[in-house]
Design a protein around this ligand. Structure first.
Ligand code: FIX
Ligand code: ZN
Length: 408
């Protein structure tokens, strides 16, 4: 075993191990092939990603109401023109599209999307999925599955074929955040959730049907626990007990200010600093439950790290959404390594379009390599050299076994 002491030998070793270890992408909005057109892929979906829609309205006279009446292709053409032709695609999200085009050997400076459209139109979805996962260096992705989604739920009830590279998750936003407009979809439930048995039965049936690797919910920046609310009661009396019964974690994604600009639709959400005391009280009250947690506000990251040092049933994960930018990923990851060693999950892609995993994971590997290498170089300077095997074990833990152990 070669002992690595200097950054010159450590950095290439880290880059090599990051490339060699296939990652598990623990949170995406991708769908297994049997869920059909729910799964988005191809150039028009890549270019009309809500991150780019938000950027479009800053660089084009087009108003949202004019944009929403366009076809998907017309929307993509408008975005390509405004962000990739009339301006330099220098933002994180625009650069992502460029990286995907390059990955498939397609031109990155065309005046239009004709050639890219032709290329993607010739792809067969199943082999394309495998190719994309290979290019991204991921072995499996975790989906976001909504049992109350009118398009998705029937597909599961009809017995959608499973895929070993796609793990399901029971996403509960409609139940926990929008009970008043969705309770009638839970058989036997009532408007005030007075009787919780029907909700428990509903969750148990979906766990049997879907065998999710975890349950999940995004929560507003105003999230409080406990509080006098249906959400708080359903969490304590239905969701968290069900997670214990089915021995799966609950993932809490905290800090969204929903639709601060409704005109932008999916691109209309923002961020707010949350009171993580709610998370503290959940970890204290339910020590038998495992929690995954990602917080959206930059200001909440330090607190989350400290809470993870206090509660071994809490697993911080990902640099979520607006945080998924190299400058912030760097800051968060350094802080997490300094306070948690390798006992956290550094990233997830949150991909909504299949090919996004290619650039999101390439960016993550590119950002993390020097951070990890610096930490190993510091360790060597402090008196202990590392080996490629050490690095391999740590990368495997960060991007595979922390999640596997947390969900089994
Ligand atoms: O709640 C979530 O899972 C968020 O990731 C999404 O709602 C969000 O729209 C998104 O795509 C973030 O990257
Ligand atoms: Zn998401």
């Amino acid at each position: 075993m070669t002992l690595l002491r200097s950054i010159d030998t450590i950095l290439p070793a880290v880059e090599q191990q990051l490339d060699a270890v296939p990652f598990i992408d623990i949170h995406t909005h991708l769908f297994m092939p049997s869920l059909g057109t729910l799964g988005l892929w191809g150039i028009d979906q890549l270019v009309t990603y809500h991150y780019l829609e938000a950027e479009l309205f800053r660089s084009s006279p087009l108003k949202p109401e004019q944009y929403w009446v366009l076809s998907t292709q017309q929307k993509a053409d408008a975005i390509w023109k405004a962000l990739f032709v009339e301006n330099t695609p220098i933002s994180e999200a625009t650069r992502g599209v460029i990286a995907v085009l390059k990955a498939f050997g397609l031109p990155t400076d065309s005046p239009d999307l004709r050639e890219a459209r032709e290329f993607f139109a010739n792809q067969k979805v199943e082999p394309h999925i495998r190719k994309v996962f290979e290019l991204a260096g991921v072995s499996e992705v975790v989906m976001t599955n909504d049992p109350l989604d009118p398009d998705e739920a029937p597909l599961w009830q009809e017995g959608a074929e499973r895929d070993p590279q796609f793990h399901p998750v029971l996403r509960l936003d409609r139940i926990l955040n929008k009970w008043s407009s969705h309770w009638h979809l839970v058989p036997g439930a009532d408007e005030n959730a007075g009787s919780i048995a029907p909700v428990r039965k509903f969750l148990a049936e979906w766990c049997e049907r879907m065998r999710p690797v975890y349950m999940a919910c995004s929560l507003p920046d105003t999230f409080q626990y406990p509080e006098q609310s249906i959400r708080s009661r359903l969490l304590a009396e239905v969701v968290i007990p069900a997670c214990r019964e089915f021995e799966i974690p609950l993932s809490l994604m905290i800090g969204v200010r929903y639709l601060v600009n409704p005109a932008l639709r999916l691109a209309g959400d923002a961020v707010g600093r949350a009171d993580l005391g709610a998370l503290e009280r959940l970890c204290v009250q339910f020590p038998e439950n495992r929690f995954l947690c990602s917080v959206l506000s930059r200001e909440n990251q330090y607190e989350l790290c400290v809470y993870a040092r206090k509660f071994s049933n809490l697993m911080p994960f990902g640099c979520w959404w607006f945080l998924n930018n190299p400058s912030i990923v760097e800051e968060m990851t350094k802080e997490r390594i300094e306070m948690l060693g390798t006992s956290f999950i550094p990233q997830h892609s949150d991909a909504r379009v299949l090919e996004q995993v290619i650039y999101k994971w390439r960016n993550t590997r590119r950002t993390l390599a020097p951070i990890l290498a610096d930490k190993y170089a510091l360790l060597a300077a402090d008196g202990r050299a590392v080996t490629a095997e050490d690095i391999r074990r740590d990368v495997t833990r960060l991007f595979r076994t922390n999640f596997e152990n947390w969900t089994t």
